[in-house]
Design a protein. Structure first.
Length: 140
């Protein structure tokens, strides 16, 4: 459903409040059908908040956005557990080639990548993606 909406109903992102409603529905579906994923999403948020000067805000298209002290987006987490992170073109190409991430669902040929969180085992890698985006010493 997520990919159908992103690909075919992209215009809906400009309707005030609609992206947030859609993401809330994704989160509700995750709560109902994928509790392990929801627990992992919550763990990622808690771990990210332990990083220096990282805070969590609402993303403009729904979901949770991780920002640094200057308000620069480090990445965002959709209600279905999809983490989108800008990590640079070279790093993105390397991780894509290794099959660790997939192309961003809107900007596939960019510095953005997407990573699907499924369980607590995925939190460490997702946190590494965020720290790479933040410019902290690379742990990947």
């Amino acid at each position: 459903m997520f990919y159908f909406v992103v690909r075919h109903l992209r215009w809906a992102a400009r309707v005030p409040g609609l992206p947030h409603l859609f993401d809330a529905l994704l989160t509700a579906a995750t709560w109902l059908f994928a509790r392990r994923r929801l627990a992992a999403m919550e763990a990622l948020e808690l771990e990210a908040l332990c990083l220096p000067a990282v805070r969590v805000v609402a993303h403009r298209f729904g979901g949770t956005e991780f920002v640094d002290r200057n308000g620069r987006e480090l990445g965002h987490l959709h209600g279905n557990g999809l983490l989108d992170v800008p990590i640079g073109r070279e790093r993105a190409q390397a991780l894509l080639a290794a099959g660790q991430v997939r192309p961003h669902h809107v900007f596939p040929c960019s510095k953005w990548v997407s990573f699907q969180i499924e369980s607590l085992a995925d939190v460490a890698f997702a946190l590494d993606l965020l720290t790479t985006s933040a410019g902290f010493p690379e742990r990947l």
